[in-house]
Design a protein around this ligand. Structure first.
Ligand SMILES: [Cu+2]
Length: 155
């Protein structure tokens, strides 16, 4: 199972993927598409697999890369993508949860610096059971989306 997921990810990712196992949690390729030089915010993506037997939940993210870092989901209203804050991301036993473009994501708002492809951005994932887990978000090639322009009126 684990191998299959990683193999898929490696196929899909143009650059290198990275992953880590922390307790029962397999944390796969935290990444940020390179924001443009003037971007005020950026989205982060990640795949988390709960390989244990107890429910887990991602409660939040902290990073020196942004003034505030929150969990978001994307909803569509009249065909327009809007982002809304999430309280947490449930991770049931056996679940593989993707934070990915067009869906749930980590929102870095008020960037404290620039990031270019290949940079590693330190961050802390906060889980209900596992507590704080240090990760690095890899800066991937730009995806052309400027999250500064997106609707965040839910904040
Ligand atoms: Cu967002």
């Amino acid at each position: 199972m684990k191998r299959a997921i990683l193999a898929l990810l490696l196929l899909a990712a143009p650059a290198v993927a990275h992953d880590q196992m922390t307790g029962d949690l397999h944390i796969i390729h935290p990444s940020i598409p390179a924001p443009n030089a003037t971007a005020k915010s950026a989205a982060g993506y990640i795949t988390i697999s709960n390989e244990g037997e107890t429910p887990e939940e991602l409660l939040g993210v902290r990073s020196p890369f942004a003034a505030s870092t929150t969990l978001h989901t994307t909803i569509f209203e009249d065909g327009i993508a809007k982002m809304r804050p999430l309280i947490g991301v449930p991770l049931a036993p056996g679940d593989v949860v993707n934070l990915e473009p067009g869906g749930m994501h980590v929102m870095f708002m008020g960037l404290t610096g620039t990031a270019k492809e290949g940079d590693m951005i330190p961050a802390t994932l906060i889980f209900r059971k596992a507590g704080e887990v240090e990760v690095e978000f890899m800066v991937d090639p730009a995806d052309g989306a400027d999250h500064s322009q997106m609707d965040h009126s839910g904040h």
